[in-house]
Design a protein around this ligand. Structure first.
Ligand SMILES: Cc1cc2nc3c(=O)[nH]c(=O)nc-3n(C[C@H](O)[C@H](O)[C@H](O)COP(=O)(O)OP(=O)(O)OC[C@H]3O[C@@H](n4cnc5c(N)ncnc54)[C@H](O)[C@@H]3O)c2cc1C
Length: 511
């Protein structure tokens, strides 16, 4: 990033597209197409370009790649990727840097940076004969839920549970779905069949047909091999209605919950049954608990409500002392996913970091330790109580064990079962300048505090940080991925998030 961008670089970029596909900082669409999930990651890029045709994307990718402009590829911003125009940064955006560090950065010369948005790619086609869906890379999974219900009733694709998550971004880092319990991860070869990719030189390929190595790298390799414009997925015949339930349980039942979750993990291998167990933080109601984090269960049962309420399902959860049904109903997949919709408002409003250690075993004390980890984190900075989450993603074995081997996708993920989803966040108002440091320390001790001697040392590839060792994350696939990076990105210009040639995670991206 050595040279200074001349104004003409941005002007030339603008000239490649119609004015309606370029968003400047004063335009409302600029905010939508540049805002990252977490406030701290917002680097206030100079301009957003959003080609809506393949030809436009080809021209822009080729130009950007060979220019002196730095750029980030983005769809929804959930991965918090950004690009900086450092002169606009304030301490509020980067509370981990003090005023003198900011001044020093401002006086250095930076190129003006660019967001390349894939939001304009919104084609959708369901092919009933092959039971496949080909969709544009500009969608989020909530939009796909609606389109599937409309055009492919009785079928489902393995897509993210949170409806705001982008289709390409999730496939590029692995991707987990309520359907993963039956069919594996979003990126598994039986699910993610093909990708249309604009390469650095502007050439377009369908990766599975034209270059299987590239397809392999796109399956969980973290992205940065080109720009995906369309993705092809397997669809499966699937019940049109499932059971979805949210129940809350008071903190006083924590021990019983912990034993129940452990017993269920040992007992149940039904691929149509899964659950999330999440803290109901002090700020999320129940003041009668004296500021203690209660428990919320999110239940999923594709065999229907009767099964969900039976001994084979979640009867023990409904019978927990103090259990209150918040919303328990037969619903469509779209409605199931919509339960998480309220969190969408967090985008761009909070400081927020995520970390997801993988867990093999949920012993009887696991939840007790997880809730303690959460409470100890809030003790470090009380503000974290307003935006933090400890979430056990209780998975069935198929989720991480459905691809043929650890080398069949770029992220080797077989062998593990559950995900510990840890999120620490708060409002930027009043946050201490060393907040990021506090958060990273809490993440780094989490595995030991939660799993102790049973820790796996493995982390979900979608939530990595500067301290994660990429060699360990990609294991036996690391060197092959680096070789492919040299072929598909010889100048290491696709370098946000997982930067394999730099050997690191770039600041901000992937949270
Ligand atoms: C609150 C929250 C909830 C989540 N829930 C889920 C979930 O339910 N299931 C799940 O699987 N994951 C989930 N994730 C993780 C999510 O999959 C990753 O953050 C993913 O990177 C988001 O992709 P995106 O396109 O939405 O985000 P973006 O920030 O737009 O993109 C993230 C990165 O993906 C790459 N990328 C995106 N689009 C393209 C493209 N077309 N071509 C090339 N590269 C591209 C870029 O490198 C970019 O930096 C969640 C994350 C958060 C923060």
């Amino acid at each position: 990033m050595g040279s200074i961008a001349m104004p003409s670089s941005v002007d030339k970029l603008r000239s490649l597209l119609p004015a309606s596909e370029v968003f400047e900082q004063h335009q409302p669409e600029y905010k939508k197409q540049s805002e990252p999930w977490s406030v701290h990651a917002n680097q206030h890029p100079k301009v957003v370009v959003q080609p809506t045709t393949l030809e436009g994307m080809q021209k822009v990718v080729k130009y950007l790649y060979n220019s002196d402009l730095d750029f980030a590829v983005r769809n929804t911003g959930t991965g918090s990727v950004s690009a900086k125009d450092v002169r606009n940064l304030t301490a509020q955006h980067v509370p981990d840097r003090d005023a003198s560090q900011l001044d020093a950065e401002r006086t250095r010369s930076y190129p003006k940076e660019v967001i390349l948005s894939t939001h304009g790619f919104k084609s959708f086609n369901f092919d009933r004969a092959t039971q496949t869906v080909t969709l544009g890379s500009g969608f989020d999974w909530g939009e796909i839920d609606k389109l599937m219900e409309e055009h492919a009733p009785g079928y489902a694709v393995v897509g993210a549970r949170c409806p705001w998550v982008g289709v390409a971004g999730s496939a590029l880092v692995g991707g987990l779905s309520w359907l993963s319990h039956e069919f594996g991860m979003i990126s598994d070869p039986q699910n993610f069949l093909d990708a249309q990719v604009v390469l650095h030189n502007g050439k377009v390929v369908w990766a599975a047909q034209d270059d299987p190595d590239l397809m392999w790298a796109c399956r969980g390799g973290g992205g940065n091999y080109g720009v995906l414009t369309a993705l092809k997925f397997q669809a499966y015949p699937y019940p049109e209605k499932v059971f979805g339930g949210v129940l809350t349980v008071p903190y006083s039942s924590l021990q019983q919950c912990s034993k129940g979750v452990s017993a269920m993990a040992a007992r149940t291998s039904d691929p149509k049954v899964a659950m999330h167990v999440i803290n109901q933080g002090p700020s999320m109601g129940m003041p009668e608990q004296g500021g203690k984090p209660g428990i919320a269960f999110m239940l999923y049962d594709a065999r229907g409500e009767e099964h969900a309420r039976s001994e084979d399902g979640f009867a023990w959860v409904f019978e927990l002392p103090g259990a209150q049904e918040i919303s328990c109903a037969t619903c469509t997949l779209q409605q199931m996913h919509a339960v998480a919709e309220t969190f969408r408002d967090w985008q761009g409003n909070n400081l927020f970091w995520l970390c997801a250690p993988l867990v093999s075993d949920l012993d009887e004390e696991f939840m007790l330790r997880a809730w303690k980890w959460y409470e100890d984190s809030v003790k470090e900075y009380a503000g974290l109580g307003s935006g933090s989450i400890v979430l056990i993603e209780y998975m069935q074995l198929n989720a991480f064990n459905s691809s043929p081997s650890r080398t069949s996708t770029a992220w080797p993920h077989s062998g593990r079962r559950h995900v510990m989803q840890l999120a620490l966040g708060c409002s930027p108002e009043g946050a201490p300048s060393n907040l990021k440091e506090i958060v990273m320390k809490r993440f780094q001790v989490a595995e030991d505090e939660l799993a102790g001697s049973k820790k796996t040392g493995e982390y979900h590839a979608g939530f990595l940080h500067e301290w994660n060792d990429l060699k360990q994350v990609y294991g036996e696939n690391y060197e092959r991925l680096r070789e492919l990076k040299k072929r598909f990105d010889p100048r290491n210009r696709f370098n946000k998030g997982v930067d394999l040639l730099g050997g690191k995670i770039s600041e901000g991206a992937t949270l």
